[in-house]
Write a protein that binds this ligand. Sequence first.
Ligand code: TYM
Length: 333
Amino acid sequence: MEKKIFSGVQPTGNLHLGNYLGAIKNFVDLNNDTKNECIFCVVDLHAITVSQNPKELKSSIHETVATFVASGIDPQKSIIFNQSKVSAHSEAAWILSCVAKMGWLNRMTQFKEKAGKDKEKANIGLYSYPVLMAADILLYDSTHVPVGDDQKQHLELCRDIAQKFNNDFEIENFFIIPEPLIKKGFSRIMSLKDGLKKMSKSEVSDLSRINLTDDKDQIANKIKKAKTDTLPLPSTIEELEKRPEAKNLMGIYSSLTNNTFRKSIDEFAGKNFSEFKEKLSDIVINEINPISMKIKELLEDKVFLEKILKDGCEKANEIASKKVKKIHEILGF
Ligand code: TYM
């Protein structure tokens, strides 16, 4: 069956190894399968749910496009565009916000984390963010959505919204109920400084993440300084489960070598972290350095990046505006 793939990445700077292994690497594999139709969106409307410097936002949009292309997404084959330029997204988000229930949104753990203690001061966009995400996905009749583990709950909400709309207006399959594509085992890359915290763009310490723009020395240094425990590497999965930092580094290694955890454990059981880290460093550099060099090269050619966005927006707009037209008819507008 032909898959319709949709996914989005926020242009908020510092794209990192977690974004790559949890999402972008899968985008590339999906793009390479000729049977798939893929759409990858730079979700700039989502980015403004936290305050952004307009100049930096513009360059982060370019950087996100450059990262997609440098990682191997072919803009001739996949649609790459930015959300704000296809107005159907904002419009569908409003309409779907009249379908989604407050009770559903109240359960979203990411809002609770991001809003912190004082929810009264959080902006409404941060709260309704998953509804905009549902609009993104549903406008394109997407069948599959590749994401990291942290987006799982938002996708479940998207499925609920789609289902409710179809039921309310009694049109079976008007919105396609999308399936999440989450890479088992490697969908949550953790901070290099704390194996219990997710690797994140917004973490203050740059040592906590490997940025996709880091050079060889930066990568080697970050892996050298990554937190570990004092024991040699474990020989069983049960033992690894109890050691979050070891598990995270082993996960990164396994993901990049396309190995199972089992195989990586067999390779390093009883060895010291220093030996393992040297190997890990080589593997990460091998994968990320060519991407980082290509990103820098692409960022020199803003005309090329703008052209990708412009072409992508035209194609996305054609699909999304047709869906919005049908929504209008259904609603009686
Ligand atoms: P964003 O921009 O926070 O992250 C982009 C993608 O990277 C994944 N990711 C991770 N995966 C593994 N380990 C990590 N430490 C890690 N950190 C981030 C995310 O799961 C995501 O797949 N709301 C989304 C963007 C979005 C979207 C959409 C996604 C908007 N509309 C429609 C899919 C479909 C977000 O903020 O991702």
